[in-house]
Design a protein around this ligand. Structure first.
Ligand code: CP3
Length: 348
């Protein structure tokens, strides 16, 4: 009998194993801080053309793996492709960010396409996943992703990123039925979208709830916890054993019990919580991911080394995937990424 190869490190951590050296990847690891990304993006024309070009999207996904040897690759796409597939207009304004047509009432929700009509638009993304599952090194885990319904809804309602998600809160309070219908439509589409990514070869999926932190208690339960639970239950029913990472960013106390309440295998932490606090209150339930402040990728030096070691040591007794607390920014120095990886892998 031949011994099976050792499981990939990220899958071991997600299954609950405490590893001496945590596996590592980085949010937005394919991005503008890398000259090779900027070159491929220029070749594609613009950001959305890059997302919908499977060969080039696979190429930018692979670039940080070649350069740094991360333990995971994250599919190159965007959370706003789902609203686009549901019928919202989507475009990106250089230097400013995304713009979408807005939804403010039931008529706007009714005008969206049904959830099962998203695949016409999104099929190039599944092709990117298929290319990656062929081309990634055997030790590298492929992560698929989608936005969480609340975060995606904030963009569909306001038509852009907003500091306080005010318009989405207004709709949730003043037009709760239409708002719930929108959340339900996004939830359904997200289940189908992630399911197709898994069928195409994604080995883990991550749900990004970037604006979860602005939901007050009851609303956090209803619009962050409940949709995540629904998505995770449906995915695990269709794909038994598929590991799921949930990222309720800036949830604060809401991180406590989030894994149990949603069925997530791992909770990703932003850097507003300390690793020592999170080791006690969140990692007690299973794997955590995080949480170096992305500013260290700009500033580097001894502070980067000290903070990286602090995080590795704080989480060492339990399952942990090293990552940033949020995406790396375009002004980051690629050498600081190498320094972070070296520090994680040599940390005693
Ligand atoms: O992490 C990865 O490398 C995978 C790819 C990925 C992107 N966006 C590529 C991207 C992922 C996982 C996302 C998630 C995403 N997109 C989120 C959730 C995570 C978070 O950052 O909070 C959100 C809110 C979005 C929506 C979005 N996309 C915004 C607000 C912007 C503009 C901000 C910016 O950085 O310019 C984007 C654009 C975007 N998505 C870029 C990348 C690499 C930059 C586009 C470019 O090349 O010009």
């Amino acid at each position: 009998m031949t011994t099976p190869p050792p499981a990939k490190t990220i899958l071991r951590a997600l299954a609950g194993e405490a590893l001496q050296t945590p596996p590592i990847w980085m949010m937005r690891q394919a991005g503008r801080y890398l000259p090779e990304y900027r070159a491929t993006r220029a070749q594609a024309g613009d950001f959305l053309s890059l997302c919908y070009n499977p060969e080039l999207a696979a190429e930018v996904t692979l670039q940080p793996i070649r350069r740094y040897g991360f333990d995971a690759a994250i599919l190159f796409a965007d959370i706003l492709l789902v609203p686009q597939a549901l019928g919202s207009d989507l475009w990106f304004v250089t230097g400013e960010g995304p713009r979408l047509s807005t939804i403010t009432n039931q008529a706007g929700v009714d005008a969206l396409r049904p959830a099962d009509a998203i695949h016409d638009t999104l099929s190039p993304i599944y092709e990117t996943v298929r290319i990656l599952s062929r081309e990634l090194p055997p030790e590298t885990t492929l992560i698929g992703f989608a936005g969480a319904p609340w975060t995606v809804a904030t963009y569909m309602i306001a038509g852009r990123g907003t500091r306080d998600q005010g318009l989405a809160h207004q709709m949730r309070l003043e037009a709760p039925e239409a708002f719930d219908a929108l959340i339900a439509r996004i939830t359904e589409a997200t289940i189908d979208y992630l399911s197709m990514q898994i069928e195409a070869g994604a080995e883990v999926v991550k749900i990004f709830d970037s604006w979860a932190g602005s939901l007050p208690d009851d609303a956090f339960q209803r619009y962050a916890v409940a949709p995540a639970r629904q998505i995770i239950a449906a995915l695990k029913a269709r794909h038994p054993g598929i590991p799921v990472i949930a990222f309720p960013r800036e949830a604060g106390q809401g991180y406590i019990g989030f894994a149990k309440a949603t069925g997530a295998d791992c909770v990703a932490l932003d850097n507003s919580v300390s690793p020592e606090w999170a080791a006690t209150h969140v990692q007690c339930d299973g794997c955590v991911q995080g949480n170096l402040a992305s500013g260290h990728m700009v500033t580097g030096g001894q502070a980067l080394i000290d903070e990286t070691r602090r995080i590795v040591r704080a989480f060492r007794k339990g399952p942990h995937i090293f990552n940033l607390g949020h995406g790396i920014t375009p002004d980051a120095d690629p050498d600081n990424v190498a320094l972070m990886i070296e520090t994680v892998r040599n940390c005693k």
